[in-house]
Design a protein around this ligand. Structure first.
Ligand SMILES: C[S@@+](CC[C@H](N)C(=O)[O-])C[C@H]1O[C@@H](n2cnc3c(N)ncnc32)[C@H](O)[C@@H]1O
Length: 233
């Protein structure tokens, strides 16, 4: 049995004031949590370095407190306030803002975070590639599944980038299942000649390859077939 008093962990009113201290305009929703409440929960449930997930980040209190307490964290937020509040709030935390629990724990700033924007779903609930997937989304997924790094720049052509000496290409004209040899999704000698060059091994995704396996091997090309070789993880 336990009782957490407002004097110990704060109230919604306290939380609203904390947010207003950070942003002059209104809090993005009615019931933000005070930093002291989240601190108490994290003290009980986690150790420094642990990973804290808040999949409904709201005003970003969980991430801000986790950051100040030396925990790693993932916050997910679908509202515009991900950009207008959560991101800027964490920037202020890094700069050493002195609201919430900062004074109590001697917070002086530091650390960092990454802000990612979720793309369109690549797979449907049965694990099949979404037939309406656009090049940019498929490219980002293929790049991530191959390199486990984010594709920061939208590729301008089939070369997605180079990673650890390997070049990754995606042949995709935006129409899943289009196997016309001149449609852009199929690896032919002409397509291969037109690809941006890379002096080293290549991984090429396409709907089909008109180049036989022995020649691909000689050329240092690993061919992967869309959609079968596009893996969910
Ligand atoms: C009550 S607030 C969260 C409060 C916050 N965790 C806190 O402790 O102060 C709920 C938030 O979840 C967000 N949300 C609701 N459904 C979501 C979803 N499917 N994915 C991401 N965010 C979602 C809403 O936009 C809203 O900002």
């Amino acid at each position: 049995m336990t009782l957490w008093l407002a004097s110990e962990v704060g109230t919604t009113e306290v939380a609203k004031k904390e947010i207003l201290g950070l942003f002059e305009h209104e809090s993005p929703f009615a019931t933000p949590k005070p930093e002291r409440l989240i601190r108490q929960i994290l003290q009980i449930a986690t150790n420094p370095g642990d990973l804290v997930l808040d999949s409904f980040l709201g005003s970003g209190t969980t991430a801000a407190v986790a950051h100040k307490m030396g925990r790693r964290y993932i916050g997910v937020e679908m509202g515009d306030h991900a950009e207008t509040h959560c991101g800027p709030r964490l920037c202020k935390v890094i700069e050493g803002e002195q609201g919430g629990i900062s004074e109590a724990i001697g917070w002086e700033g530091g650390g960092g975070f990454r802000f990612y924007r979720l793309g369109a779903p690549v797979f449907d609930t049965d694990g099949r590639i979404n037939p309406a997937i656009r090049f940019a989304h498929l490219a980002a997924h293929v790049w991530f599944s191959e390199t486990h790094t984010a594709l920061h720049k939208k590729p301008r052509g089939p070369l997605l980038g180079r990673h650890n000496g390997v070049a990754y290409y995606l042949l995709y004209n935006g129409i899943l299942g289009d196997k016309r040899p001149d449609g852009g999704n199929v690896l032919t000698n002409k397509v291969l000649n037109d690809l941006p060059p890379h002096d080293g091994p290549k991984v090429i995704y396409g709907e089909a390859s008109r180049i036989g396996a022995p020649r691909l091997k000689d050329l240092g090309i690993v061919f992967k077939q869309t959609p079968y070789d596009v893996k969910a993880r």
